[in-house]
Design a binder for this molecule. Sequence first.
Ligand SMILES: *Cc1c(COP(=O)(O)O)cnc(C)c1O
Length: 223
Amino acid sequence: MTVAENLAAIQERIVAACDRSNRNPDEITIIAVTKYVTIERTNEALEAGIDNLGENRTEGFFNKYEAIGNHAKWHFIGTLQSRKVKDIIHEVTAIHSLDRKSIAKEIEKRADDVVDCFVQVNVSGEASKHGLQPEETADFIEQLEAYPKVRIVGLMTMAPHVDDEDELRRVFRQLRALRDDVKRRKLPHAPCEGLSMGMSNDFEIAIEEGATHIRIGTQLVGA
Ligand SMILES: *Cc1c(COP(=O)(O)O)cnc(C)c1O
C-alpha cells in the first residue's frame, strides 16, 4: 500500500470517530511515526500530505532530519537521555516524553527559546512503560514553573497492547481527566491543552476520548 492510500483510509476512520464523538477532525494532528521505515518512505509520507513526523530515538531522528530538515515538523516521542537534549531541542516542534526534572533542567540550560513539551504519564501502570504515575503528575507540572523554557502543552500516554476496548478507553479517559485537572489550574507555564494518545491499534478510541495528537507508525507508513 502507498502511504497516500493508508492516509486516506486513516482519515476516513478519523472522520468517523469524530462524528461519533461530536468532534472536528481539524482538532486532530496526525504524527507519522517513521522509526521503522526508510528516508524514501518518509518522503513518500510528506508527498502524501503529512507534515508532522515522529521519531523515538535520537539516532533515527538525526538520520531523517539530515535528509528532510525543515520540510517537516518534528516530534520527539521516545525516552530521552539528558545528555541528548541539547542535540534535538532546536529542531523539534514538541517533545512528547518529558517525565523527569533532569530533562527540564537540561532544556532550561541549553535551549534558546521555549520548548513545547508533553508530560508522559504511565496511566496503565505497566512496569515496562516510562512516565509519571498519574497521582504525581499535577505536582510535577506545578514544579516545572522553575524552568521558564519548558512549556507544558499537554499530556502523553502509551496504552497497553491489548484488544480490550474498555481497558483502552479507561486509560485514555484517565489521561483526559488529568489533563483537565492541570488545565483548570491555569498555570502560565502549562496551558496543557493537548492529549497525545492513540497509535495504530487504538487511535479511534483515543479520538473518541479526546486525543489531539495521534502517533501512527505501522498503519500509516508501515512496520
Ligand atoms: C512506535 C511508537 C508509536 C507508533 O506505533 P504504531 O503501533 O506503529 O502505530 C507511537 N508512539 C510511540 C511513543 C512509539 O514509540
